[in-house]
Unconditional design. Structure first.
Length: 254
């Protein structure tokens, strides 16, 4: 049973068809890749899945529940987390506070509990602190937890953004070009991290990425977009040999 299903999803912007009849089934606990040239509609697809854009046409189901008309915060509460192509951190907050801020939207203790310092609020804050520190440790940032986010290397900032997405305990994690700007060693560490996140936290991961070595190494299934349409889908070895993919994305010489 797929954790995420798209049926004929289309998205138009002023007559421009950014997505055109996308059908997709993402299996539970899979690492599923979305690739395609610039302008293919990959980030638009992520924005539709996470409720930023309501689709013009089609059905969108998460855990068999229709969510095409849901707002982004409601989709997040249901269990869909994401990172963004452009890093969005609070640069003048510490690594730890960046992660804790991302957890605040899901607090159960109310306004007066926090103002009065009630035990329920204190317990919740302690739990949030422990949970954030565990995630930071998992992502290899514990020694830098009190440093400003802006002082981190680019690869470390990418990992911090993943930690912020994970603090809400999603069951589906969308990673939008997580390897962008990373060097070779950082990309190897990222691959190991993605496997660890999937296995330890029992997540499904949907990945948009331009680095073909990374995609082919970690994804069990890959869909290819071109001009808003899905032109191929299959296992990495099938995608690498598909003539449509070679011509439109990997390059004819490949």
């Amino acid at each position: 049973m797929p954790v995420l299903e798209l049926r004929g999803i289309s998205q138009e912007f002023g007559g421009l068809r950014a997505l055109d009849g996308i059908d997709l089934q993402v299996p539970r606990h899979a690492i599923f890749g979305i690739i395609g040239p610039n302008g293919a509609g990959k980030t638009t697809l992520f924005n539709v899945i996470t409720g930023i854009y309501p689709p013009t046409e089609g059905q969108l189901l998460f855990q068999q529940q229709p969510i095409a008309s849901w707002s982004s915060h409601k989709v997040a509460r249901l269990g869909v987390g994401r990172t963004f192509q452009n890093i969005r951190l609070f640069n003048r907050l510490s690594v730890l506070d960046n992660v804790k801020v991302a957890a605040n939207w899901n607090r159960s203790a109310g306004f007066w509990a926090s103002i009065l310092g009630l035990p329920s609020y204190s317990r919740e804050q302690k739990h949030c602190q422990e949970k954030a520190e565990a995630l930071i440790d998992m992502l290899g940032l514990y020694d830098k937890r009190m440093e400003y986010a802006q002082s981190l290397s680019y690869g470390e900032q990418r990992r911090l953004e993943i930690a912020r997405a994970l603090i809400a305990e999603p069951s589906l994690l969308l990673l939008d070009e997580p390897a962008a700007g990373m060097n070779s060693s950082e990309k190897i560490e990222l691959m190991d991290l993605i496997w660890k996140i999937r296995d330890d936290m029992q997540l499904t991961i949907l990945l948009v990425e331009h680095d073909m070595h990374l995609v082919m190494s970690i994804c069990e299934q890959i869909a290819v977009l071109d001009y808003g349409r899905k032109i191929a889908e299959g296992r990495p070895e099938q995608i690498k040999s598909d003539p449509r993919v070679i011509q439109s994305y990997l390059g004819v010489e490949a």
